[in-house]
Design a protein around this ligand. Sequence first.
Ligand code: FES
Length: 510
Amino acid sequence: MNVGDERSVSYWMEMAPVIDAPALEQDETCDVVVIGSGIAGLSTAYELSRFGRSVIVIDRGGIGNGMTARTTAHLATELDDFYSELIRVRGEDEARLYYDSQVAAVNRIEAICRDEGIDADFARVDGFLFPAEEDHKKDLEEEYQACRAIGVDVEWAERAPVPGLDTGMALRFPNQGRFHPTKYLAGLARAIEKNGGRLYANTVHVSDKEVDGGVEITTERGPVIRAKVAVFATNSPTNDKVAIHTKQLPDRTYVVAGRVPKGSVPDALVWDTLEAYHYIRIQPLSGTEDLLIVGGEDHRSGEEPEIEKRLTDLEDWTRNRYPSFTRADYRWSGQVLEPIDFMPFSGRNPGSTNIYVHTGDSGQGITNGVAGSLTIAPLILGEDSRWAPVLDPSRKSATSTTSVGEFVRGQAGAVKNLAEHLGGGEISSVDELQPGQGALMRKGLHKIAVYKDEAGVVTQRSAACTHMGCIVHWNGFEKCWDCPCHGSQFAPDGEVLNGPAVKPLAEVEE
Ligand code: FES
C-alpha cells in the first residue's frame, strides 16, 4: 500500500496507464536500488540505466502511484517561495544555480519525452504570478528585481489570464511547462525496463544497512536487495530518523478540478501571492472541454479538522475567478515537504557513504524531483554535479526571518504534539464514532487511534507514530491517519501509506 490507497482519486490516477510490476519474491543484486517510484525515483533510475548501471526500483505500493500522482504537475522555473527569499537566505550565486537546475529539469523532461517517444501532453506555456492583495504588489516588485538580479527570464504583464478577475500587473515567466504526470511516469518505467532495469511494486523497504562497498535493503516479506548504492526518493525519507527531518515540515495541499468549455481558460500556469497560494493550470481534454485544475488551502499535515470546508472554499475561490467552472469533478490532496531554506535536499545522505536521498520538494515536486535526478545520477557515476553543493542534504541551513518563523512554529507543533500523549481523547467511547470515522481515544496511559468502518467494525491501534512517537490525527477526507511531525501517513487499520515510518501503528488490546 502507498498513498495511492488513500480515499481520493486524482485525475492523473484515474487516467494512469497501467504499469505492471511484480512484488519482489527473492533476493536480488544490482548496481543501484531506488526506493520510491515517483518522479524523483524513476528519473534517477532512468538516468543511471542509460549509462549501463543495473537498477532496481521498489515501491511500497503501485509503481508511479504515489505522491507524484497527487500533484498538479506544474513545470515552473519560478520559485514558489520567491527568489527574493532564497537570495536572502543563500545569496545570489546559489539562487542562480537553483534557477539553473529548474530550467534544466523542464528541458530534461521535454528531451526525454522526445527521445523516448513519451506522449505525456508536454507543452511549453507561460507562467503568471499575480498579487492576491493590494499590499502584495510591493512583493511582486521585489521579486521582479530579485529575478532580474540572477538572470531569471521574467517580464511585467498588464494582467494575469484569469477570466473573472482583473488581477492588475502580474509577472510573466515565459517557457514554463505542464504535462500529464502518470503518463510520463509510465513512459519512464518502460524506458527503464528497456534499459534492463527491474521494477518491483508492493515491496516495502523496512531496513537498510551499509556494508563493505555497498548497501543491503531488507524488504518486508524477507527478500534482501544487495546493491553498490541506494537512493531514497520516498516523499519523506524512510531511511532517516533525524538529520533531514529537522530541516523540513509536512504540509497537506488540496486540489479541485472541473471540466470547462475548451478555450474558456487560457493554457498557462498561474499563481497568486497568498502564503498558502493558489496554483492553476488546465489539462486539455479531447472534445469540447478542458479540465481546470486549481490547488491551494495548504496546512500542516494532521492539523486541520475542517478539511471539507477548505475544499468548499477552494471551489468557491475558483468559481469567483473562473466563471466557466461550475463544479468539481475531482477533489484530491497530496503532501509536500517544506524545506527550511526553500531548496530540496538531493545528494549523499548525511553520514552515509553509499546512500543517497532526495526530499524537500516544497510546491515544486516535479521540477525538483527531476533536478534531484540530474544531481544524484552524476554523483553516483563519479562525475561532477553542478548543483550538488547547493542541494547537498548535509548543507548548513541558512535561514530568513520568514522561514525561521514558520519553522519555529512547526517545531513547536511537534513539541505540542508530544505533549498530546498526556491529554484526553477526542472521544471517550467507540460508540461515539459514526461509520467511516476515526478519532483519538484515551485508554489508560495510552492514546488509541480508533476507526469504525462502514460495516461498524472497529479497529484500534496505538496512536503513537512508529517513526518517532508523535500522535497521529484522523484525516476525514482521505480516511487515513496523518502524523504532523514528519509526514507519515497510515491506513485506517494502521498500515503505513507514507514514510518516514516503516512499521504499522502498533496493535492494542481491544
Ligand atoms: Fe516522525 Fe511521525 S513522522 S514521528
